[in-house]
Design a protein around this ligand. Structure first.
Ligand SMILES: Nc1ncnc2c1ncn2[C@@H]1O[C@H](COP(=O)(O)OP(=O)(O)OP(=O)(O)O)[C@@H](O)[C@H]1O
Length: 907
């Protein structure tokens, strides 16, 4: 899959991970949370307080790197000038501005992605970066060399390891910086010249000491020395041949007028004449070298192309470019990576070094891309090893070895811009390795700045590039980064990403040596308990006698098997540790969850109690309201009924008296007079009854409306509604019964009318008797209905009583709360329960204050059903006419029997 250039080096794009890049600086501006996007992003070295890292000593054959252990990694920025073509294309839009020696401002041009993102408010359009030092377009090569690499030569001669690598977008001037162009020699030729100038008269004459593996030295036999000589000469000869066959130009090393002719197909071809400024030749600077020590200089040159390593100094004539042998990466006994079978050539002058370098450059992979006619398609790594030889020592033993590595990284670029498939593949691989480099640097920065947290794995092994450079990032030397940028507006976005990458590098400090893989295995072998620590490793490293030449494959099988056993045990131990840790974590999580659940439970209980209290209060209000209305209603009804009864009784009495008086005053044969008067009185009575009936109907209508209203008021939402629904049902039932009763009354009216008509037409006593009998039957039916209605009412009351009890229980009333307040008045033997007894209800003070018994006060003790039944039984023995008369007799005590007339008023 082709990678886009948007983040070729692990740097997040603006849209993706702006926060990650801002992390260090955002904290300086008040924390990670960005309430508002700043207009300018400031990206600068974030490790203000330098951690005190005690640098461990490096392997015995290199000198200590402690000096650089707490130093911040140097990151230099170089801005190349615009070419005339670029100017004519309008690339100069002022998007790169140097604020001061260390600060750079990037302003997004209008047509850049960054500007578009800025317009959407995702990212700022201006970015500020800080570097160790910034070099503008006018900076000369010599000036740049003096400020960057010169000091590194001294360090290497003192026995330290140094890495310088260039990073940048393609066509940004990396190769120009490293190698130079034409007469503008780059850092590397200048470094070589400087080095050999310092070593004038101090070079070791022999070739019997050769660097091998990571940083070891091997003494060569005479035959091996001869072979080395042949190889070296053939390379130099190859360079000479190339010069003879091509354009002849003068190459001047700048030392003593040494010159050569050369022709190459690369940028280096133009650098035939390395003219160094006189002031750089004036002082050698070699006076600080240790007295008596001689130096042997060896160089190697290889490239990483499409994740394969190729030796650029392999002089074998049979090897064609497409059939080049790939080199293998191995680890030495300490786990340090080295390129196996890499060619190392001893050089005795800067001129030789330069010639060797040119041979290598000719083998390097270049291609023409849309941005650069001569673009490096690989990462080229030129290494120079300095062997410090004490001639007085036994057999000329090299006591120290140090290394200078100069790495010209391939430029990051957009894969999609490559039209050629091969170029796209190259770009993909370049971006992948740069991405890994970025991840490594980010992980190192994370580990350095978050010491309390578990360290991140630094993915050195994810690419060849990071693997070969690993030592310089892990304390076996220091690294210096040169960031090259091209101020063209058209590649602004790529430049921004490159600068973000370098911003992370500026936050790095040179770390101590890490425990390497083999060293770790060795420490385990020494300490099978798996408790090997750094000191063990360092002891191992310092014990020179134990460090034999060889890589990990040179460990014998027994030792390796033993190491595997130890590692297995270690894995097992760590697994158990992790399991215990996991169990603890689970336990903590569970206990915290339980706490949360119990807190939630308490909360819910409180809410439930509050809800319950609220509903009870609301329901109580409803009950009180109902109680009030019912009380009022029944009081009124009882009053009216008593009045009616009284009126009816008086009328009946009157009638009775009149009837009794009639036989006494009139002779038995003359029946016409009394019959007429009786008829008249019946007619009057019927008229009155009719009027009453009409009144009753009107009243019934009114009451029905009232009841409907009351019912609506009594409607209780939710669960409280279910409590009243039963009462409602009962009331509806009573209403139905009353309707039935009204019908019956109507029928009675009709009967009475027919009786009246019968009387008026004087059709005879027989018909009147029939009418009266029918009226008797209707009254009997009414009595029946009345009974049913009373029963219904009783049920309603009983139901209400139950509800009151339920309410009382809900409100946690004492269990002895008198339940009899709502006893139905018609229930036989229920007088006590209706509140007439001496029970608790008779003592209002013993009742809970909020629970009032309302039906007890509402219905006084009475037994209407019994009375009615008694009276009905008496009526059964009477004739129909006497039953009518009897029905009009006043009842002795005013009884609150609920009659259809009473209920008619209600419904
Ligand atoms: N500081 C400078 N002064 C003058 N010219 C420069 C400078 N830097 C770069 N150039 C010119 O810019 C062009 C591109 O430079 P160079 O080839 O070094 O880029 P690069 O980054 O190595 O590209 P790539 O990654 O594709 O190899 C060359 O022609 C080079 O001469």
């Amino acid at each position: 899959m082709a990678l886009s250039l948007s983040s070729p080096c692990g740097c997040p794009s603006d849209e993706e991970e702006e926060m990650a890049v801002f992390e260090s600086t955002a904290a300086e501006h008040g924390g990670l949370a960005r309430p508002r996007l700043p207009e300018i992003s400031v990206i600068s070295p974030g490790l203000d307080t330098r951690p005190s890292i005690t640098g461990p000593k490096v392997a015995v054959k290199s000198q200590s790197c402690d000096q650089g252990a707490t130093e911040r990694v140097k990151v230099f920025l170089r801005i190349r000038p615009l070419t005339d073509t670029e100017r004519s294309r309008g690339e100069e839009q002022g998007c790169v501005a140097i604020q001061d020696e260390e600060t750079l401002l990037l302003k997004a041009p209008n047509d850049s992605q960054n500007m578009r993102a800025a317009e959407r408010g995702i990212t700022p359009s201006i970015h500020k970066f800080s570097f160790t030092k910034i070099f503008g377009p006018e900076t000369a090569q010599q000036q740049f060399y003096e400020s960057t690499m010169k000091v590194m030569i001294n360090d290497v001669l003192r026995g330290e390891n140094r890495l310088l690598y260039t990073y940048g977008v393609t066509n940004s001037g990396k190769t120009y910086t490293i190698q130079g162009s034409g007469r503008e020699a780059g850092l590397l030729p200048r470094a070589l010249v400087s080095l050999f100038r310092k070593l004038q008269g101090r070079l070791y004459g022999g070739m019997n000491l050769k660097p091998v593996l990571y940083q070891d030295v091997r003494q060569l036999s005479a035959n091996e020395v001869k072979a080395e000589e042949i190889r070296r000469n053939s390379l130099l000869k190859e360079d000479g041949n190339s010069r003879c066959t091509g354009t002849t130009t003068i190459w001047d090393s700048g030392i003593g007028g040494l010159s050569a002719t050369t022709t190459f197909g690369t940028q280096l071809e133009d650098t035939d004449s390395v003219c160094l400024e006189p002031d750089s030749l004036s002082h050698s600077g070699g006076e600080d070298l240790e007295e008596g020590v001689q130096f042997s200089i060896w160089v190697s040159f290889y490239e990483i192309y499409n994740e394969f390593l190729y030796d650029l100094l392999d002089a074998s004539p049979s090897l064609q470019p497409r059939k080049r042998v790939t080199l293998r990466l191995s680890d030495d006994k300490q786990g340090n990576p080295y390129v196996k079978d890499l060619t190392w050539i001893q050089i005795r002058s800067a001129e030789e070094a330069w010639r060797i370098l040119r041979v290598g450059r000719r083998n390097q992979s270049f291609a023409s891309t849309h941005l650069n006619q001569n673009s490096s398609r690989s990462h080229s790594i030129f290494s120079l090893r300095v062997l410090r030889v004490h001639p007085g020592a036994n057999s000329g033993q090299a006591m120290h070895i140090s290394e200078l590595t100069v790495c010209d990284l391939a430029g990051s670029e957009r894969c999609k811009d490559q039209r050629n498939g091969e170029r796209m593949k190259e770009a993909n691989n370049i971006n992948t390795s740069l991405l890994t480099l970025g991840r490594c640097i980010a992980a190192l920065r994370h580990n350095q700045s978050n010491k309390s947290r578990p360290p991140q794995v630094v993915p050195f092994r994810d690419s060849k590039l990071t693997r070969v450079l690993q030592g310089f990032f892990c304390g076996r030397g220091t690294s210096t980064m040169v960031v090259n940028i091209n101020p063209c507006a058209s590649i602004y976005d790529e430049t921004l990403q490159a600068l973000k990458f370098s911003a992370i590098a500026t936050q790095l400090v040179h770390g101590p040596s890490t425990k390497t893989r083999v060293a770790y295995i060795l420490s385990l072998l020494r300490d099978p308990t798996g408790n090997g620590n750094d000191s063990t490793v360092m002891e191992e490293e310092e014990d020179e006698s134990d460090v034999d030449d060889g890589d990990i494959t040179m460990l014998d099988t027994k030792a390796l098997l033993q190491a595997i056993d130890v590692l297995k045990r270690e894995v097992q131990r760590q697994r158990e540790e992790k399991e215990v840790l996991e169990a603890n974590v689970r336990e903590q999580v569970v206990s915290e969850m339980m706490e949360v659940i119990s807190r939630m439970q308490d909360g819910f209980s409180e809410t439930l109690d509050a809800e319950r209290a609220l509903i009870e209060e609301r329901y109580e209000d409803k009950i009180n309201s109902l109680q009030k209305h019912l009380k009022k209603f029944y009081t009124q009804e009882l009053k009216e009924r008593d009045q009616e009864i009284e009126a009816l009784s008086a009328a009946l009495e009157e009638k009775k008296k009149a009837n009794e008086a009639a036989p006494m005053t009139a002779p038995s044969g003359d029946s016409e007079g009394p019959r007429r008067s009786q008829r008249v009185s019946t007619q009057n009575e019927l008229g009155r009854l009719r009027t009453e009936l009409d009144q009753c109907r009107t009243e019934l209508c009114t009451k029905t409306q009232e009841v409907t209203k009351l019912k609506m008021q009594l409607e209780v939402p939710g669960s409280a509604g279910t409590l009243t629904s039963a009462a409602d049902r009962k009331l509806e039932e009573g209403q139905r019964n009353l309707r039935q009763l009204r019908l019956n009354l109507q029928r009675l009216g009709v009967d009475l009318q027919s009786g009246e008509r019968a009387c008026c037409r004087n059709t005879g006593g027989e018909r009147l008797r029939h009418a009266l009998t029918a009226a008797d039957e209707t009254l009997a039916k009414q009595g029946q209905i009345l009974m049913e209605l009373q029963n219904d009412l009783m049920l309603v009351k009983a139901d209400l009583r139950r509800k009151a009890q339920t309410l009382a229980q809900t409100q946690s009333l004492p269990p002895q709360l008198p339940p009899s307040g709502f006893a139905a008045p018609s229930m036989p033997g229920s007088c006590k329960r209706r509140g007439c007894g001496a029970g608790a209800p008779s003592d209002p003070e013993n009742r809970p204050p909020q629970k009032r018994q309302f039906f007890q006060s509402l219905f006084p003790s009475r037994t209407p059903t019994r009375k009615y039944n008694t009276r009905a039984a008496e009526d059964a023995n009477l004739t129909p006419s006497s039953r009518i008369l009897r029905s009009r007799q006043p009842s002795p005590p005013p009884s609150p029997v609920v009659t259809p007339r009473n209920l008619r008023g209600k419904y």
